[in-house]
Design a protein around this ligand. Sequence first.
Ligand code: PMP
Length: 304
Amino acid sequence: MADRDGVIWSDGKIIPWREATTHVLTHTLHYGLGVFEGLRAYRTPRGPAIFRLQDHTDRLFNSAHIFMMRMPYDKDTLMQAQCDMVKQNKLDSCYIRPIAFYGSEAMGISATTLSVHMAIAAWPWGAYLGSEGLEKGIRVKTSSFSRHHVNVNMCRAKSVTTYANSILAHQEVAHDGYDEALLLDVDGYVAEGAGENIFIIKHGKLYTPDMTSCLEGITRASIIELAGEIGVPVIEKRITRDEVYCADEAFFTGTAAEVTPIRELDNRRIGNGERGPITARLQAMFFDCVSGKAEKHASWLTYV
Ligand code: PMP
């Protein structure tokens, strides 16, 4: 990722991609506290547009607030900088990664006196779980690692530290040939994927875990709204893994994963083992929204 052409926004300056480096004693590298976002810009007939930029920026600030990390730039500056990164890297569709991390002034876990740095990068990134996955669905396995207890880490925050848990889960199942991991909470209820929220469909109703142990996904919120528009009831509740086994349909949502059907969990086929009809409909609605075809949700797009 480091050796490529392009520019990166770094602490308010736009610098060549290869020069966006940081010191090895950077606090975040050692102690794992930083906050970040993941957004996508999509190609539309009116040029590239970032999906739900304001919501992602609000979540970034909430993440910082939770960890008492002082944001050195305001929201407008960061939103403009994200648009600039899409434009200046001449991208018509891409992934965007803003990150805030602590500086290298001191070691030890106290972070209160440290400087906070910010960077924003943007690069092309295709379907995270594969384009075949978007169409045919993916194979998922429940990880032996639990999602964070609510008092161990803060799931409302999209923080660097959360992802060691995600990596443990993902590498465990990927090693056995599965596409993605499902994590349960510490009580054994379904929480989320390693980098996605989960939905199941049973008898025409959509179910998703409540927010206790998962990230408040922006794609999740979009799907809940879209389901409402086509009269599919949405219920947020505790879900067991055997409810997923017996669901008619299931899918993951996320900025990277978009809307990816799940065709199998723990070697049990879900529904017909293919993308189900409600999943297909919501997925199509989602792609209409992100690509500027849904007038109703024009406000979800920020044209760069
Ligand atoms: N849960 C986790 C752990 C994630 O990393 C992500 C991706 N940001 C999501 C859920 C989905 O969130 P969003 O739809 O906002 O990308």
